[in-house]
Design a protein around this ligand. Structure first.
Ligand code: ZN
Length: 223
């Protein structure tokens, strides 16, 4: 794999450049997924970060880290931020979303469970190289998201995750508004909006295909 210092999101039908800034991830944003992991519904979205260096594109391979055994797939809607916003109202937050894509928030679940027990940050479980897989993005000017779209993930052709985006607890605009109350969001930043239920373990050799209806598809193998 060629490692570029600067990574940009790939945009359909556009030459506009979006250099990937920070990747903000939301946890526990679908009730069924909160239940399946035995977690409690949060009052506020749970937030964590991934470095831009963790990003790979559809068609590339996820490298299974050797310090964990339970690598889980989490398919998610990803928001592409188009302008700087801070303490944004819902309206301003909506305006700051430039487009949408699909993503995989790859997670070492066994490592995360150990870190949770110890009260330590999730960095080792969430931020390793290739842990953020990205589809191509579609700009809002080319597609308006209705939240009626289906998000899905198959492993070796078997459906593992399948849900409507309208099952999200916080909407895209609500997430952007909330995150911008904590940290300034800038053009090129990405927001992973949480995963629906059905997360599970993948192993080396598995082939993953994620899809968000009308938005984007991604495929990758585990090596
Ligand atoms: Zn996630």
């Amino acid at each position: 794999m060629v490692v570029n210092k600067v990574k940009t999101s790939r945009i359909k039908n556009s030459k506009e450049e979006f250099v990937i800034g920070k990747i903000v991830c939301v946890g526990r944003n679908y009730a069924e997924h909160v239940k399946e992991l035995g977690n409690e519904l949060p009052d506020k979205p749970v937030l964590f970060l991934k470095p831009a260096s963790a990003a790979i594109y559809t068609g590339e391979s996820i490298i299974h880290p050797d310090y964990g055994n339970e690598l889980h797939h989490e398919v998610e809607l990803v928001l592409l931020i188009g302008k700087t916003v801070k303490k944004a109202s819902l309206e301003k937050a909506e305006e700051a979303i430039a487009g949408y894509g699909g993503g995989l928030d790859m997670t070492l679940r066994d490592v995360q469970n150990e870190l949770k027990k110890k009260g330590e940050p999730w960095t080792l479980a969430k931020c390793f190289d290739t842990s953020a897989v990205l589809s191509d993005f579609i700009l809002k000017e080319n597609y308006s998201l209705t939240l009626e779209e289906e998000i899905s993930l198959t492993v070796n052709g078997q459906v593992k995750q399948k849900e409507k985006l309208n099952k999200m607890i916080s909407t895209p605009a609500e997430l952007v508004s909330y995150i911008s109350s904590v940290m300034t969001l800038e053009k090129g930043d990405l927001i992973f909006t949480g995963t629906p239920s059905g997360v599970g373990r993948v192993q080396r050799g598995d082939k993953l295909v994620g899809n968000i209806e009308n938005v984007g598809e991604l495929n990758c193998s585990i090596i």
